[in-house]
Design a protein around this ligand. Structure first.
Ligand SMILES: O=C(O)CCC(=O)N[C@@H](C(=O)O)c1ccccc1
Length: 368
């Protein structure tokens, strides 16, 4: 494609309910939508940063700055480029993986729409729908957690993930097990523990969990391997897996038995595909993580989750789990516990321009 301009928009999307994790509470999702304007038409991508750098070092205004001053200009300098070249062209910039991922998806989407090819077909998707897991934030107390989980089970979600942190872990997990029996259940600590908490984490072994996600810090690959030897519950990594190289190191060290793959966290869907292929070859199950995506990222994630190595339900919930109004004309819906893989050209969703305008709080167009 020949890239003529890149448009950046910061959106503020109100969440239907506060979302609390071990690093804080979000009530409004601040996200960047990237539009690639090419000679063959437009494509869309999404930067999955939060307003604050609490999940990782990236945050929305930082992503905005690096996209505006470095990443978009680097692509615009090229007369024409193939989507597969984007990561390499942006490699000069260190880090800023979520920003890079959003820009890469917009270019891929534009190229595929022009070719009349779906993102699922491009990645090698093998399913037409994917099982939908739901991520449940930390609630006011275990009883409230049970109520919230009950609601999502009634909606049909096939897997429950609850957030935990020190003091809100064993009792909460016990309450969910007590109320709902042997439903597929996993916990996500978002790095809230240290090796000293191994005893507490070992208490979770009695709940027959699918996995415990990211108990320690992002750069604790060796400590996660040490912890894994003391737990029966499989350790899954999220924040630590920032690239295919990090995935290789984590598997070599025994830091993780399962991987959560998020295209934004690793720098793009092509890097995510490489990690999928590596895990598949190693017999390591993977699942698709979520970053409260709008319909743009949600559609792309559904295609990614349809690859053969994604054998565990991902955090691909219905759009309505987070948003009253999405920015695509066909928000993801839950049908019999599954979300459809879009079959249209590119990521297979159309932008609801009115909604996009309504939620836009900042906009910039960077032309060649
Ligand atoms: O279903 C979703 O989109 C949210 C899944 C989820 O829990 N995301 C968590 C995470 O740690 O994975 C998150 C929330 C906010 C910001 C970053 C990450």
């Amino acid at each position: 494609v020949t890239l003529d301009a890149v448009e950046l928009r910061v959106l503020h999307l109100p969440l239907v309910s506060p979302f609390t994790t071990s690093f804080g509470t979000e009530t409004v999702r601040e996200v960047i939508v990237v539009t690639a304007e090419t000679s063959d038409g437009r494509g869309w991508g999404e930067v999955v940063t939060s307003a604050e750098p609490y999940y990782s070092s990236e945050y929305t205004q930082g992503a905005w700055d690096v996209l505006s001053r470095f990443l978009a200009p680097a692509l615009l300098e090229r007369r024409s480029l193939a989507p597969e070249e984007v990561a390499c062209i942006l490699d000069r910039v260190v880090g800023h993986r979520m920003a890079k991922a959003g820009l890469e998806l917009a270019v891929i989407d534009a190229a595929l729409r022009a070719e009349g090819r779906s993102f699922g077909q491009y990645l090698g998707a093998e399913k037409t729908r994917v099982p939908s897991g739901v991520s449940v934030g930390i609630q006011s107390d275990p009883a409230a957690l049970v109520d919230t989980v009950g609601g999502y089970l009634d909606d049909g979600y096939v897997r429950i993930k609850i957030k935990i942190k020190p003091g809100r872990d064993v009792a909460d997990t016990a309450a969910v097990r007590e109320a709902f029996g042997s439903i597929p259940l996993q916990v996500d600590a978002n790095s809230a523990y240290t090796l000293q908490d191994a005893g507490t984490l070992a208490e979770l072994d009695r709940f027959d969990l699918l996995l415990i996600e990211q108990p320690l810090q992002e750069d604790d690959l060796v400590d996660h391997a040490t912890l894994a030897k003391r737990l029966h519950t499989p350790v899954c990594l999220d924040e630590s897996i920032v690239s295919d190289k990090a995935a290789a190191d984590a598997l070599a060290l025994g830091s993780a038995a399962i991987l959560n793959i998020k295209a934004g966290r690793v720098g793009g869907y092509l890097e995510a595909l490489a990690i999928h292929d590596r895990a598949l070859a190693a017999g390591i199950p993977v699942w698709c993580g979520g970053m409260l995506e709008t319909g743009i990222g949600r559609a792309a994630n559904a295609a990614l989750a349809a690859l053969p190595g994604f054998t565990l339900p991902g955090d691909i919930s219905a759009s309505a789990r987070f948003y009253e109004r999405d920015i695509v004309t066909e928000p993801a819906v839950l049908e019999d516990g599954h979300v459809r893989v879009p079959t249209g050209d590119g990521i297979g969703v159309e932008i609801d321009q009115a909604a996009l305008e309504a939620f836009t709080v900042q906009r910039e167009r960077i032309a060649r």
